[in-house]
Each structure stands twice: as C-alpha cells, then as structure tokens.
Design a protein around this ligand. Sequence first.
Ligand code: NAD
Ligand code: UGA
Length: 471
Amino acid sequence: MVKKICGIGAGYVGGPTMAVIALNCPSIEVAVVDISHSRISAWNSDKLPIYEPGLEQIIQQCRGKNLHFSTDVEKHVYEADIIFVNVNTPTKTGGRGAGKAADLTYWESAARMIADVSRSNKIVVEKSTVPVRTAEVIEKILVHNSNGKVEYQILSNPEFLSEGTSIQDLLNPDRVLIGGNDSLKGQEAIQKLKAIYANWVPEDRIITTNVWSAELSKLADNAFLAQRISSINAMSALCESTGADISQVSCVLSKNTKLGSRYLNASVGFGGSCFQKDILNLVYICECNGLVEVANYWKEVIKVNDYQKSRFVKKVITSMFNTVSGKKIAVLGFSFKKDTSDTRKTPAIDVCKGLLADNACLSIYDPRVSEEQIRRDLSMNEIPWENSIMAEAMRFDGTKQVSVYEDVYEATKDAHGICVLTEWDEFKEIDYQRVFESMEKPAFVFDGRNVLDVDKLREIGFIVYSIGKPL
Ligand code: NAD
Ligand code: UGA
C-alpha cells in the first residue's frame, strides 16, 4: 500500500501535479520538496510562486492536511514509497552538447541524494522531460550508490499539462503515460502508479508502455505540437504575400477530421520553457545516433519559429517608415501565453530585444508579469542556438529604454505603435478609441496573436498589421 509520496521539485509541474494527487488521494501523504527556500516559503504563503487558474483553491483545500511543502528533502525522500522527480532539465549551456543537449545535473543530484538517504524500496518516477534512455543512467546511479539492500523501480511518467490550463489538464487528462520495464517487479510498479491515477482518471486513458517509448513519446509529443505551430506560421508568411487570410486557411484545415482542430493559431512564434528545449534535445539525440537528416528536419521547426519572430520585428520597423529609433512602442503582453505569469522563452523577449536594437523606447504592460521579471529577462544574454537568426538581437541589453506600466492606457499614451504579444482576454476589452486619441499619428497596431477586431480598429483610424492577413 502506498502511504507516502514525495515530489522533488516544486515548480510549474511539481507544485500543481502533486497538489492534484493530494486532492484525489486523501489517504496518501504528499510532500513536495525543493532546494529553493524562497519557492517553498511561497508555496506555504498566500502568494503562490506560480499563477494558474484553480490552483489556489486546491492548495487551500489540501495544504496542511495531506499536502506539505518543505525544504527537508532528505526526510521526505526517506519516508516515501514513491518519489516523483519533477526537477528542471534545461538545455546545457556549456561543455559537450552545449546549446542542444539536456542538462541532467539537477536530475543526477536528485538521484544521488535518493540513493544516499533511502533505506527502504522505492519507486522512482521520472516526471521531468528527459532524453530517451535516461532511466538507464538513473538506475546506474541509484544501484551503484546504494548499500545493496534497497531495490529501485524506475518508471517514466512524463507530464503533458499546459501552463494556464494545468489544473484542468491534471484533473481531466486526455492520457496518462506510464513506462516501466517488463520484469515482474517492473509490472508491479506500473500497477502501483496506475492505481494512484485510477482514483480520478478513467482506466482507458492510462497508457502503459516500455520505459524508452514513454521517454521518447514525450519528446515526440512536444515536437509534433511545435511543428504544427511552425507549419501554420510558415503558411501565414505565404498568406501575407498572396492575399490569402490565415484565419480562413486555419478554419478550413480545422474541419479536416484527419488533422484535428487545435494548434492552428498563427502567432508571433511559440514560446515557453519546453518546445525549443525539447526539440533541441531530440536533435541532439538524433545527431548522437548518426541520424543527421532526422536532426535537420526537426531543426527547421525552430528555424521557422525564429523566422516568425524576426519577420514580426522587421514588419514593425519597415511599417513605421524604416525606423523605430526614439519612438515609443507599447508592448501589450509579455508572458509566453495567456493565463500564466511564466516568461520562459516568451517570444516577447526576442521581439522586444529586436526593437530595442533599432533604438525603440518600449512601454510594456502585462497583467501578470512583474517589472522585475521583465527587466531580468531583457537584460539576460542567452546563448543562441546554433542557427538562430535572432542571435544578434538576443545579445542586446537595452533595458534603459524600457518602462513597465501597470495600466494599459498609461502604456499606450503618446505611443507611435502597439505590439500585442500575448493573447490576454482583457486586450479585447480595451477602449481603443480612447487609446487612439492619446497616441501619436499615424497610430499603428501590430497584432502578434490575431486577437483584435481588425475592422473596428481600422474604422477608428489605426493602421493594422495582423499575422497572415491582408493589409
Ligand atoms: P521549474 O524550474 O519550474 O521547477 C523545477 C524545480 O526543481 C525548481 O524549483 C528547482 O529549485 C527544483 N530542483 C532542482 N534540483 C533539485 C534538487 N536536486 N532537489 C530538489 N529540488 C530541485 O521546472 P518545471 O517547469 O516545473 O519543469 C520541470 C520538468 O517538467 C522539466 O523537465 C520540464 O521539461 C517538464 N515539463 C514542464 C512543463 C511545464 O509546463 N512547465 C510541462 C510538462 C513537462
Ligand atoms: C506545451 C504542451 O502543450 C504540453 O502538452 C506540454 O506538457 C508542455 O508544453 C511541456 O512539456 O512543457 P505549454 O508550453 O505550457 O505546453 O503551452 P502551449 O499551450 O502548448 O503553448 C506553447 C506556445 O505555443 C505558446 O507560446 C503559445 O502561445 C503557442 N501557440 C500555441 C501558438 O502560437 N499557436 C497555437 O495554435 C497554440
């Protein structure tokens, strides 16, 4: 019987995932641990470290009952029957495979710690997204660092939640994937984990596979989603050259039951902590296996994404008479998508840096992202991936030319142009007549998410550019 679960890593995945397990399994003690004291104290406070609709209510319901947040990592690992490892697996920034391979430093240190403190048999669950065959490495670390008395079963149980809808995704997942090995003990471990999910997930949605298939399926899943966005974004460029309208093209494609209706929204580019990282990880694995053509195929997905961001920047600059130097441009939205405060790999960073490199003055408004976060993101010099056409802009730090506002009307006052970079619902409700009157003329709108009513804006007097639509 599983009495206690420990989740290592209290981030965007660890926090919500473990909270939903606690909610649905009241007889199981769930501890979420992290080495970051500030993260754990935020989880124990009224201001949670991440914003997700519905999360606060679950935390209030379970925290202090069967859900605990703690920095006492060793104690909770020692006591747990099942350990979910939810640590970050970013792209390596130095050494072999830098800029592509997954950095497993955090995973490895978690595995070494588990081996050090465990005195009873454990099921170790890979929740983080990892390269295929990571379980093999983890097993070696665990087995070679244990006293021989502890048995480990390693399962791959990748997470498919999306930020902004993570609670709904976790409460009602389209699938739960569990990969384990074929041995009797491997199969028993799968059944134990399956029984936990079966408390709220219909059994026919719980898929079991071997470990390698589960690990690779997660990378494939993200690669396919990102590929679809790059496909529609590539089409959006063609629409602009031919007079076709990307919304109409998307609508036609979405009615094809063979294609399905989702992930067909053209945008300024995909962002988020995972799509680029996981594709680069896939590319690296292909290269290591000598599959150069396959690696090159997936690289194109990221190349098109970079192209889309740089195309947007170019459109803003060329439309505004080939210079934005000294012009105030209001940026509406900074998070990588609506309903999240997460800015990791948000296209807004690259677009802002591209405009700053042409000497623009930016006034940024986002309903959920703090000024401190925006400034940190814009001053960071990220290592560009090998083929990045955004490389030059990414090195640019122009935070002195940036102001951050808490009010959309202040942000847009005296601006020459507006760039909508996140599809926050509230941007549809803005009084654009009032905004127009307070702006310099001609007043431009560049809708990087195709969320605004173009006809209405043009009626007011704006010059409007939308992705993949006729001017
Ligand atoms: P995150 O950075 O928000 O959280 C990771 C946490 O792990 C951090 O708080 C960090 O302090 C902690 N940590 C690192 N090493 C530790 C250690 N040795 N002991 C204890 N704590 C440690 O990352 P995230 O967004 O939650 O992503 C985690 C993993 O899940 C990644 O592999 C990611 O690819 C995958 N994933 C993320 C999402 C998402 O939407 N963010 C969705 C599916 C899968
Ligand atoms: C994505 C996947 O959807 C999840 O299944 C996966 O678990 C997760 O990555 C992960 O592994 O981290 P997430 O990045 O949170 O989830 O958000 P998405 O809704 O997939 O959006 C990603 C980016 O694509 C956003 O910038 C979004 O604005 C953009 N997007 C999405 C588009 O430009 N067009 C679309 O049609 C859909």
